[in-house]
Design a protein around this ligand. Structure first.
Ligand code: NAD
Length: 328
C-alpha cells in the first residue's frame, strides 16, 4: 500500500487532498494544528501538532513516505496578508515549517515532496495592468512580490530547489492561483475573495439587505481555480518527472465586479455594490498555463461558473445555519 503524508491536512486544500488520496487507496497521515473544520477527516492517522517544532516534524516523518505534500502555512486572504499586521508571523512561521519538514524528509530519506507556493511570489511590477498581467514562470526574477507572504514563498521555493540540487530530493513545486471551493474558510478574516463575496451576497439575500460593500474599485482582475482541479494538478505534478515551479491556476480572468455579478446571478438576487477602502493586492493577475500544458499535457479547464455554483450554495447554507444559531 502506498503511503502519503499531508502537512496542513486540517486546512482547506489539505483536507480535500486527504479525501482524494484515500479514494486512491493510499495510507494517509494528516498533520495540522487543528482537525478539518467542516467534515471528519478520512486520514488513517491524524496528528495534531506544531510543525514549527523540529522534534515534532521528525516524529511524524517516521517512515519513508512515498509522497509528502507540504501545504501547511500561516496564511489567509487579502485581509490577513496585505494589511502588514501579520508579516512577522507569516514569515517566521511558514519558513520554520518548511525548514523543519525538508530537513526531516532528508534525514528519513523521503524522496518525493510537493510544495505549495503561491502566485503571490510574482513581481508586483508585472501586475500593474489589469488587462495584461504576466505570470509566466520565468518572469519571477528580478523578484518583487507585493507581500511578505510572497517573499516567504519565494525563499521556500529556493530552499526546496536547494535540497533537490544538493541532496537529491524529488521536489515538486506548484504556484497556486486563488483556489476556492466548499469547506474553505468563509468568515473570520482569513477568507479569500470568492468566499467573502459569497458570504456578503448570501447575507444580503437572507437578510434582504439593499447593498454589499467590497474593497477597492472592483476593477482589479484575478482568476480563480476550483478545488477539484487544484487537487488534480497537484497529484499530476507530484507524480510527474517535472520539478517546477509551475502555475496551477485558471486562465479565466475576471474583474472582482464581474465575480460579484456572477455570484449574485447564481444567488438569484440583484444587488447594489458600494466600493470602500480596503486591502486589494495587485491590479491584475491571471494564470499563464503554457508551461503546465507543455510539461504535464494537462491544464485546468473547468469554467469558473461551475465551481462558483457549488461554492456559493455551500456558503449560503453556512450563512443560513449561522443566522439560525444566532452567530451572524
Ligand atoms: P489553510 O490555511 O486552509 O491551510 C493551511 C493549514 O496549515 C491550516 O489548517 C493551518 O492550521 C496549518 N498550519 C499553519 N501553521 C501550522 C503549524 N505551525 N503546524 C501545523 N499546521 C499548521 O490554507 P489552504 O488554502 O489550504 O492553503 C494550503 C497551502 O496552499 C498553503 O501553503 C498556501 O500558502 C498555499 N496557497 C493557497 C492558495 C489558496 O488560494 N488557497 C493560493 C496560493 C497558495
Amino acid at each position: 500500500m502506498k503511503t502519503a503524508l499531508v502537512c496542513g491536512a486540517g486546512g482547506f486544500i489539505g483536507s480535500h487532498l486527504v479525501k482524494r488520496l484515500k479514494i486512491e487507496g493510499y495510507w494517509v497521515r494528516g498533520v495540522d494544528l487543528k482537525f478539518p473544520e467542516f467534515s471528519p477527516t478520512p486520514a488513517d492517522d491524524f496528528v495534531i501538532g506544531d510543525l514549527r517544532d523540529p522534534a515534532f516534524c521528525r516524529s511524524i516523518i517516521d517512515r519513508r513516505f512515498d509522497e509528502v505534500y507540504q501545504l501547511a502555512a500561516d496564511m489567509g486572504g487579502a485581509g490577513y496578508v496585505f494589511t502588514g499586521e501579520h508579516d512577522a508571523d507569516i514569515m517566521h512561521n511558514s519558513a520554520l515549517i518548511n525548514l523543519n519538514i525538508l530537513d526531516a524528509c532528508y534525514k528519513r530519506n523521503v524522496k518525493r515532496i510537493f510544495y505549495s507556493s503561491s502566485a503571490c511570489m510574482y513581481p508586483a511590477y508585472n501586475q500593474m495592468d489589469p488587462t495584461n498581467p504576466k505570470t509566466a514562470e520565468h518572469t519571477a526574477y528580478p523578484a518583487d512580490p507585493d507581500s511578505e507572504y510572497g517573499w516567504e514563498k519565494l525563499f521556500s521555493e529556493r530552499l526546496y530547489l536547494a535540497y533537490h540540487r544538493n541532496y537529491g530530493l524529488e521536489v515538486r513545486i506548484a504556484r497556486y492561483h486563488n483556489i476556492f471551493g466548499p469547506e474553505g474558510t468563509w468568515i473570520g478574516g482569513r477568507e479569500k475573495a470568492p468566499a467573502a463575496l459569497s458570504r456578503k451576497i448570501a447575507l444580503a439575500k437572507l437578510r434582504q439587505l439593499p447593498y454589499i460593500e467590497i474593497w477597492g474599485d472592483g476593477l482589479q482582475t484575478r482568476s480563480f481555480l476550483y478545488i477539484d482541479e487544484c487537487i488534480e494538478g497537484t497529484i499530476r505534478l507530484t507524480r510527474s518527472d517535472f520539478t517546477g515551479p509551475v502555475n496551477i491556476g485558471s486562465e479565466e480572468m475576471v474583474t472582482i465586479n464581474q465575480l460579484v455579478q456572477l455570484i449574485a446571478d447564481i444567488a438569484g438576487v440583484q444587488i447594489e455594490v458600494r466600493h470602500i477602502a480596503g486591502p486589494v493586492g495587485v491590479r491584475g493577475r491571471n494564470s499563464d498555463n503554457t508551461l503546465i500544458q507543455e510539461k504535464l499535457g494537462w491544464k485546468p479547464s473547468e469554467p469558473l461558473r461551475r465551481g462558483m455554483e457549488v461554492t456559493y450554495h455551500w456558503i449560503e447554507d453556512q450563512v443560513r445555519a449561522a443566522i439560525a444559531a444566532g452567530k451572524l
